[in-house]
Write a protein that binds this ligand. Structure first.
Ligand code: HEC
Length: 130
């Protein structure tokens, strides 16, 4: 009987840790891959994104995952849309974005410095639509 209880407990504990929800970067090819993460946090940074960031592969995923929930039609900040390339690069918008990701955005806590660097580098490189 004792052995049975032990096995049941073991099963409960092991299934708990198996189902544990750890957010982090789940892409093994990313420079900030977290092997313990079970839920992707949308903050993966591919190596190429640190040197020659492209819009589609590097910048858009960060903005989609961290900004668009509010900065889209019907969102909390639907007056500032960040849903596509043209809206993002609008002249003064871009300076506001750089300023905001270093100070106030996203609401509830800034992104890791690596993600901020990717967007800044892309902007420095002339914000290519690639
Ligand atoms: C939880 C909702 C939310 C998220 C997520 C969010 N924002 Fe905002 N954002 C707001 C609101 C609300 C405002 C309106 C002004 C304010 O409260 O500062 C705002 C304002 C801004 C502004 C205007 C200037 C400023 O700083 O006030 C910019 C630029 C901006 N956000 C960029 C971003 C970027 C880039 C991201 C993602 C990295 C982001 N936001 C994520 C809600 C959000």
């Amino acid at each position: 009987m004792l052995r049975f209880i032990f096995l049941v407990l073991l099963f409960i504990f092991s299934s708990c840790s198996y189902n544990e929800l750890i957010t982090g970067c789940t892409n093994p090819t990313a420079s900030n891959y977290d092997q313990n993460a079970t839920i992707d946090n949308g903050l993966c940074v591919l190596d190429i994104c640190l040197s020659e960031p492209t819009f589609l592969e590097c910048v858009k995923p960060i903005i989609d995952n961290n900004c668009v929930s509010c900065h889209s039609y019907g969102g909390d900040a639907g007056d500032i849309l960040l849903t596509d390339y043209n809206l993002i690069i609008e002249a003064d918008n871009m300076y506001d974005i750089i300023n905001s990701i270093n100070n106030t955005m996203p609401k509830g806590g800034l992104m890791p410095q690596k993600n901020i660097n990717v967007i800044e580098k892309w902007f420095e490189n002339g914000a290519p639509n690639n």
